[in-house]
Design a protein around this ligand. Structure first.
Ligand code: FAD
Length: 286
């Protein structure tokens, strides 16, 4: 399959990229190309121009500090997955990234590109959402910080405006006595998940549960974040929390799974992930 014709710009700085985007209304940013190029090749998208940001070295950053991990727009999945510093500050990133596609795709695809692509079945939007992270966007008018809650608008739709480029994403650090886990089910490892869940559990000084949250993928148009603190109670009743999730969600059916199967699977994975996150929190508390 062959993409439709498109213009192409290869700016060397963010400012040049913003100018190129402004000069090509309807143009698309090209980062890792692991989602955009297949869409072009299948002729599901036909932007007039691609603004290839891969030469803008200032976007190729990965920093820890200031209370979290800041991932620049050109940091590839594999770089973030392999970063010991990022894993120490926010372990959920590495846990989720292992489920994103295959190594070859992770070598090229970017974390920020995955967020901008906003696929409801993707892992990283659910991670950003459950952690309460943010995306920083730049435009010729300046910069703005978009909370995850506002960023994901619908399937393949995010809050970035036509002239905006996402320059980084910020994943807050794990607070003290907080553990996390990630679980998903896919037909083959590396495929988009039928359903998946990122769980975060916080314990008090007495080691009782003070907070339990999950971020779900594959079951709604955008990542679904649920506060399960009340459902789980301070003793951590994970089956009750999972039952609450099953009752709360309304997944779609598709050729891969019925709605009932997805609901059941989501409950199973939620209980598993919450249990693992609580065990992780306990390890970190000791
Ligand atoms: P691109 O493909 O370059 O861009 C994707 C979209 O985001 C485009 O609309 C583009 O304009 C926009 N965009 C990208 N960067 C920016 C930016 N900085 N500012 C504004 N807009 C931007 N992903 C998963 O999460 N889970 C999976 O299991 C999974 N499996 C895959 C399997 C296969 C076979 C393939 C080919 C891909 C898979 N992916 C999966 C997608 C992969 O993770 C992509 O890398 C990711 O979705 C997009 O990142 P990218 O850097 O490649 O973005």
């Amino acid at each position: 399959m062959k993409p439709p014709p498109f213009g192409y710009a290869a700016p060397r700085t963010l400012d040049e990229a913003l100018a190129a985007l402004a000069a090509a209304p309807g143009g698309k940013v090209l980062a890792g190309g692991q989602s955009l190029i297949p869409l072009l090749s299948m002729r599901l998208a036909a932007p007039p121009a691609l603004i290839d940001i891969n030469r803008a070295a200032e976007l190729d950053t990965l920093r820890t500090g200031d209370g979290g991990v800041r991932v620049g727009a050109l940091a590839r999945h594999a770089r973030v997955e392999r970063s010991a510093e990022a894993a120490a500050v926010q372990p959920l990133l590495r846990r989720a990234l292992r489920h994103v596609a295959h190594p070859a795709i992770r070598n090229r695809g970017t974390v920020v590109g995955s967020l901008a692509h906003a696929d409801p079945a993707a892992e990283l939007p659910a991670v950003l959402a459950v952690l309460g992270g943010t995306v920083e966007a730049a435009s010729p008018e300046g910069r703005r910080t978009i909370p995850a809650d506002d960023f994901f608008r619908g399937p393949l739709e995010c809050a970035l405006g036509p002239g905006e480029i996402a320059v980084s994403a910020f994943f807050p650090a794990a607070p003290p006595r907080t553990g996390s886990a990630f679980a998903e089910s896919a037909r083959r490892h590396g495929d988009y998940a039928l359903t998946g869940v990122a769980a975060v559990v916080t314990l008090g000084e007495d080691l009782r549960v003070t907070a339990a949250r999950t971020g779900h993928l594959g079951i709604a148009a955008t990542p679904l974040v649920l506060d399960l603190t009340a459902a789980a109670g301070s003793a951590g009743d994970w089956p009750a929390a999972a039952a609450h999730v099953r009752a709360r969600i309304d997944p779609d059916a598709d050729i891969h799974a019925s709605a009932d199967y997805r609901r059941h699977l989501t409950g199973v994975l939620t209980e598993r992930a919450l249990r693992a996150a609580a065990a992780d929190a306990l390890r970190r508390a000791r």
